[in-house]
Design a protein around this ligand. Structure first.
Ligand code: CA2
Length: 151
């Protein structure tokens, strides 16, 4: 029996406010509820998930670096850093761990300042606009891919 795939989920800035404001854009689910759904899915998939949230770019970069040798995949919602952070882009490029960028909202249906992701190009894929399902699909993909590569 092989070791369970290990996936790190990183929520970026302001996502701690989920469910408290802007439900029309981000839904009414709180971050704790979203995290519970990710833990439930990980149990179903026989995977291990570690979930972190930060409002600080450097902390997010440190977690990406720390994923080398400790995680098999990263699900990353960079929040507002999606549109600005060359430093997170560089961190994703610097590590060998595959990352999937996720967004609750569909960036293309929003203001033009959100239409560009500088971090997504450093990821193996991007899932957006599906609410919590964006995270769920990314988690499933990373677990499936890791098992395929390890078989
Ligand atoms: O759609 C997404 O998941 C975003 O990554 C969310 C970010 C936003 O800057 C990106 O453009 C798209 C913002 C998360 C802020 O979350 C809030 C939740 C409730 C109230 C206020 C902000």
């Amino acid at each position: 029996m092989s070791a369970p795939p290990r996936v790190l989920v990183i929520h970026g800035p302001n996502l701690n406010l989920l469910g408290q404001r802007e439900p029309g854009i981000y839904g009414s689910q709180t971050l704790a509820e979203l995290d519970a759904s990710l833990h439930a899915l990980a149990a179903e998939l026989a995977a291990e998930v570690t979930i972190r949230q930060s409002n600080h770019e450097g902390e997010i970069i440190g977690w990406i670096h720390g994923a080398v040798g400790t995680c098999d995949g990263i699900v990353l919602n960079p929040g507002g850093y999606t549109h600005t952070s060359v430093a997170i882009h560089d961190a994703l490029r610097a590590v060998t761990v595959p990352a999937v960028e996720v967004h609750l909202s569909n960036l293309y249906r929003r203001e033009s300042l959100r239409h560009t992701s500088v971090t997504g190009v450093a990821c193996v894929g991007v899932v957006m606009g599906l609410g919590a399902a964006s995270y769920h699909l990314a988690l499933r993909h990373l677990v499936d891919e890791h098992r395929r590569r390890s078989a």
